[in-house]
Design a protein around this ligand. Structure first.
Ligand SMILES: *[C@@H]1O[C@H](CO)[C@@H](O)[C@H](O)[C@H]1NC(C)=O
Ligand SMILES: *[C@@H]1O[C@H](CO)[C@@H](O)[C@H](O)[C@H]1NC(C)=O
Ligand SMILES: *[C@@H]1O[C@H](CO)[C@@H](O)[C@H](O)[C@H]1NC(C)=O
Ligand SMILES: *[C@@H]1O[C@H](CO)[C@@H](O)[C@H](O)[C@H]1NC(C)=O
Length: 522
């Protein structure tokens, strides 16, 4: 009996050993193959064929917090390389001198998008002269490299506006118009604020339910007066106006900005011009890029970690290695988010979802809790499918979800941000019903149609690269305010009660403005 046991044990042991050996062998082969494939990729890359583009190539003309350059590696036949050759193949040297001749303080990053393309971005901490940008692939210069700028090259906080907005728009290759702007501004023509200003204030000065700020931009200075109990979000609007005013002279405008979540101007009421971060099918607010996306535009490589560039360089797993499930984390700000938890519990093989904070439905925490710890946004993309489900209004994470390398399922919704109408279902994302009843079926469909799923995920990502990068966000605001100024008939003046919103202190000396503060010949 004992012997038999031992025998069996031995057999088992031998079998296990054999299995382990086989496993090691397979693993070794796979690793070798991966190294071989990657070496192959590296061999095939021809540095001189690299595609290079982005605002970071024109630092003397285009100013932003972090300037960025895209690189697409290619082979001899100018075919895009689609597998990451690893960050080691790229090098970027960016240096310059301060006005006093010491080395410029510059922070740079290389972001590997793991699809054969890279982003090089850099942030200046002061005005730089003789700025030199050298970008190499496999130790060879890419086209355009080296770039040298005599200077001055300014950092984001330098007040140095271009007199001519059209010149700025052209340098930034901004579109001349946007259909969302055309549609939003269509009701307003030759608008006389003197006739409606009092009515607007009367209607929206409801301190407990509305937070609204009245802005005037006059001779490139910003003035405002806010109404409401919670007006902290005015800092986001201040920040974009101040940033634009440093870049070009904003045409004189007067505008009311809604700081709250919900659009304010119902379709069924008189159409007042109110600028909001979120639009909806049953309202007529004028949509601006959300405060979240705008802040990450202004503060990338600054205060914020998550921005439209960082998200592209920090996903970890390639498509085939991602967990084939939908992932979701978020607050309980909408009933459907709780419904999602029910669905996820029924289908743990398809969906991993949890609430990270209970606020609106605290009384249902027993059913839908406990609260789960926060997951880093970058780790969301370990999962192949992402869910975009409304919160109070549109979920402002949508641009970041699209910019990652997973497939996005978007709940149908009356709420939209400024760019939603450019997107098409099944081309950039997979639509799901508002009540989520087709979610499980759609995820199953995606699992069975992996090629299409991958393609749609790529399209979404490419859309963001062409339309939602920092430069695009500046463009949208610039065109919106320019169009707005064209529609105002009333004279724009600083009104009684308005305080000035000052530019931040900066020691930079703008070549367009002399020491007395007046303008020099350009
Ligand atoms: C190669 O990449 C560039 C840059 O992203 C893109 O514009 C181009 O369409 C790509 N070419 C092909 C054949 O996919
Ligand atoms: C928008 O600009 C394009 C050129 O970029 C022009 O063809 C089109 O007519 C313009 N649309 C409107 C509504 O102004
Ligand atoms: C859900 O996701 C979290 C975070 O990635 C993970 O720790 C957890 O194990 C997952 N749950 C299931 C059931 O897979
Ligand atoms: C959540 O995080 C806190 C603090 O880091 C930790 O003490 C706690 O154990 C975590 N809870 C879970 C469920 O992981």
């Amino acid at each position: 009996m004992i012997n038999k046991c031992v025998d069996n044990w031995k057999t088992v042991k031998v079998t296990v050993e054999f299995a382990m050996k086989l496993f090691h062998l397979i693993f070794y082969c796979l690793c070798q193959y991966a190294i071989y494939a990657r070496n192959n990729v590296i061999d095939e890359i021809i540095p001189s064929k690299t595609l290079v583009w982005g605002p970071g190539l024109y630092p003397d003309k285009i100013v932003m917090r972090a300037r960025y350059i895209f690189l697409q590696l290619r082979d001899q036949n100018e075919k895009n390389s689609s597998i990451s050759a690893g960050e080691e193949v790229i090098s970027a040297q960016i240096q310059g001198e301060t006005l006093t001749g010491s080395p410029c303080h510059i922070w740079k990053q290389i972001l590997d998008r793991k699809d054969g393309s890279f982003i090089v971005r850099y942030k200046l901490y002061q005005t730089c002269m003789n700025l030199q940008i050298v970008i190499r692939v496999k130790n060879e210069d890419v086209p355009a490299s080296p770039l040298i700028f005599a200077g001055p090259v300014y950092e984001e906080e330098c007040y140095c506006p271009n007199e001519d907005i059209n010149d700025w728009l052209e340098k930034n290759q901004c579109p001349l118009n946007y259909s969302q702007i055309q549609a939003d501004l269509q009701p307003f023509f030759s608008l006389d604020f003197d006739a409606i200003r009092k009515d607007i204030i009367k209607k929206f000065d409801r301190p407990y339910s509305v937070s609204i700020c009245h802005y005037v931009v006059k001779l490139n200075k910003i003035y405002r007066q806010c109404y409401g109990q919670h007006v902290g979000f005015k800092t986001f609007m201040d920040a974009i106006l101040l940033s634009l005013a440093r870049k070009f002279v904003i045409p004189d405008i007067e505008l009311f900005v809604n700081l709250g979540d919900w659009p304010l101007v119902s379709n069924t009421e008189k159409t007042y011009p109110i600028f909001s971060w979120c639009g909806s099918d049953d309202s007529k607010d004028i949509a601006m890029p959300s405060y979240d996306l705008t802040e990450s535009t202004l503060e990338n490589m600054g205060r914020v970690m998550l921005d439209m560039l960082s998200v592209q360089g920090n996903t970890k797993l390639p498509w085939l290695a991602k967990v084939e499930k939908a992932f979701w984390r978020g607050r309980d700000s909408c009933r459907e988010r709780l419904d999602l938890i029910d669905i996820a519990r029924k289908h743990p093989d398809l969906i991993n979802a949890s609430i990270t904070n209970f606020f609106f439905f605290k009384n249902e925490i027993d059913k839908y809790g406990p609260r789960e710890n926060h997951t880093s946004f970058f780790n969301f993309f370990d999962y192949k499918y992402q869910l975009n489900i409304d919160g109070s209004v549109a979920a402002y994470r949508f641009p970041y979800l699209l910019a990652g390398d997973s497939l996005v399922f978007k709940q149908e919704s009356k709420y939209y941000e400024f760019f939603y109408k450019q997107l098409r279902p099944y081309e950039h994302y997979i639509p799901i019903k508002k009540d989520l009843t087709d979610l499980v079926e759609k995820i199953r469909w995606a699992k069975q149609h992996d090629n299409i799923a991958y393609k749609v995920s790529r399209n979404g990502q490419l859309f963001t690269r062409d339309n939602l990068m920092p430069q695009n966000i500046f463009c949208y605001h610039a065109v919106l305010f320019k169009e707005w100024s064209n529609r105002l008939k009333s004279k724009v003046v600083r009104l009684a009660g308005m305080e000035e919103v000052p530019q931040p202190e900066s020691s930079c000396k703008c070549h367009r403005i002399n020491a007395m503060g007046s303008k020099e010949e350009l």
